[in-house]
Design a protein. Structure first.
Length: 221
């Protein structure tokens, strides 16, 4: 990539690298063998909202490079079932069934369902983010769309009482998404883990108590 004439790109790169190297979450991730600092976002969410326990069946959407899958494996144990998917390749995580595919496509969703073997999920987690264009309105719309797809999958594959954790950016569409999630779950929280960088607009919707919609019933509003 060519150097920007002003040199700003180089200065930004050095600043980011300095922050990254000195980031306590990065250092702790390296010490504990996690593939990225994102592991601590899920750890914090679980510690606060008691999402994970041994033996659970969990689906990890947007799993690469695998730090959330690592945390999930630790917390659901060998008796749990973990299925993960990402558009990018992911180095194997012991005990995790990984599917490389585009979650926006029906074939990938079908592969996930097949990997579950007809078993309903206890929890769906989604750390997916769109490829950022730098155009805030477009990036926001893509973020909300991915979250909507995660919600659609969750409402099809969760057991009664199951949970959902989904990342989305603060901005247009978040309130409507929160309302859509609330139509299917008894409790919905907006969380901003300490491990999320201050400048990041990302938040996580944590939903508990999934209510399956039976034929003829109407979702709560």
């Amino acid at each position: 990539m060519s150097q920007h004439p002003t040199g700003k790109k180089n200065r930004f790169g050095k600043a980011w690298m300095h922050e990254h190297v000195n980031d306590p979450y990065v250092q702790e991730a390296q010490r504990r063998g996690y593939r990225s600092r994102a592991a601590f976002k899920l750890i914090e969410l679980d510690n606060r909202d008691k999402l994970l326990h041994p033996g659970m069946t969990v689906v990890d959407l947007g799993s690469a490079p695998g730090s959330w899958s690592q945390v999930l494996r630790e917390r659901v144990g060998r008796s749990g079932t973990l299925v993960a998917i990402d558009l990018l390749p992911m180095e194997p995580v012991p005990g995790v069934t990984f599917i490389q595919g585009d979650f926006r496509e029906d074939a990938a969703v079908a592969a996930l369902a097949e990997a579950l073997g007809g078993k309903p999920a206890d929890l769906v987690v989604c750390d997916m983010a769109p490829n950022l264009s730098g155009i805030e309105s477009a990036d926001q719309a893509r973020s909300v769309h991915l979250a909507e797809l995660a919600l659609e999958f969750a409402t099809t594959h969760l057991r009664d009482g199951g949970g959902l954790v989904v990342k989305v950016f603060q901005g247009s569409g978040l309130t409507e998404l929160q309302q859509a999630v609330a139509a299917h779950f008894t409790k919905v929280y907006v969380r901003k883990p300490k491990a999320s960088r201050d400048r990041s607009r990302e938040v996580f919707l944590v939903a508990k108590g999934f209510r399956q919609q039976h034929p003829g019933s109407r979702a709560a509003t």
